[in-house]
Design a binder for this molecule. Structure first.
Ligand SMILES: [Zn+2]
Length: 293
């Protein structure tokens, strides 16, 4: 492959990896067959970055053959990418084990294999653990959806019935709960609070790509759903929209995880809502290039 062609293809594949675009999959799957090892490695890496954006099963299927790639760096980045797919990549565990057991395999590939295997097994453990969660109020076994709903709102496990009761109790206590899952931003994103709407519209207005509340990342055994993730800048934004004690405990736990993992987190608080636009500009300026508008 000509050098210029390879460079152009490499740049294209890298950009697709940062695009947060689900339709990028077809082109990346194609790139995993490139004659250039550089392009194959970047394609593997890009697919990993789109975990949670593209459909998992086809992405894992596209990655699997690259674990047998003749180039060690392709194997290294493929293992890493598979880790990002969590439970969907459990079919890769036998191949990862085989790579690890191969005495001729490079150490850096093995490190990547161990990290991926750990992530995948941890995700499986969490998926299994979630299936047996019970309501902390009435003890009934809760569904994954109830789990997700109550964890999202309270960082606690409640069945739907108790969720509604707790929700009302708290509102009656006049706590500042901002929970409304039906707010639509001007850009069409469905958010759950007015603060999040302001953040989403600010990002849209500045042409900053973001993913809203969709990608579960496994950090230290906890499933973390960041409010906003800015792929171009590798920055996370959390809007801490409630002011209750329980909520604050969850918030501190989550913040600590971000810190341990060296993630760039920008936090906004309920009390800051009146000045949110100004604060967005100030706090994001540290990581994000904002135009003058
Ligand atoms: Zn209950």
């Amino acid at each position: 492959m000509r050098f210029a062609t390879e460079r152009a293809l490499a740049a294209r594949v890298t950009a697709l990896g940062e695009s947060a675009d689900p339709t990028a999959f077809a082109e990346l799957a194609e790139a995993t067959h490139s004659p250039s090892a550089l392009v194959r490695r970047l394609a593997a890496s890009a697919l990993g970055k789109l975990a949670g954006v593209v459909a998992s099963a086809p992405a894992v299927a596209a990655l699997l053959p690259l674990l047998g790639d003749p180039h060690p760096q392709v194997r290294q980045y493929t293992a890493k990418a598979l880790g990002a797919f969590g439970t969907a990549a459990q079919c890769a565990l036998p191949d990862l084990r085989a790579l690890y057991a191969n005495p001729a395999e490079k150490d850096y590939v093995k490190r990547s294999v161990v990290a991926a295997g750990t992530l995948i097994r941890e995700a499986m453990r969490i998926a299994e653990a979630q299936a047996v969660h019970t309501c902390r109020r009435c003890g009934v076994r809760i569904s994954p959806d109830e789990y997700a709903r109550s964890q999202q709102a309270f960082e606690r496990d409640f069945c739907d019935k108790c969720f509604d009761e707790v929700y009302l109790e708290r509102r009656n206590m006049d706590t500042k709960i901002e929970l409304n899952k039906t707010i639509t931003t001007r850009g069409g994103t469905l958010v759950q609070s007015d603060g999040e709407r302001i953040i989403a519209e600010f990002l849209d207005a500045h042409g900053i790509a973001y993913r809203y509340d969709e990608r579960i990342r496994i950090i230290e055994g906890f499933a973390i759903r960041p409010d906003f993730y800015l792929p171009e800048f590798d920055v996370y934004i959390e809007y801490w929209g409630m002011d209750t004690t329980d909520y604050k405990i969850g918030m501190l736990k989550k913040k600590k995880l971000y810190q341990q993992e060296g993630k760039r987190l920008v936090s906004f608080y309920f009390s800051e809502k009146p000045r949110l636009r100004e604060l967005l500009r100030q706090k994001l300026a540290r990581y994000v290039r904002l135009d003058a508008t």
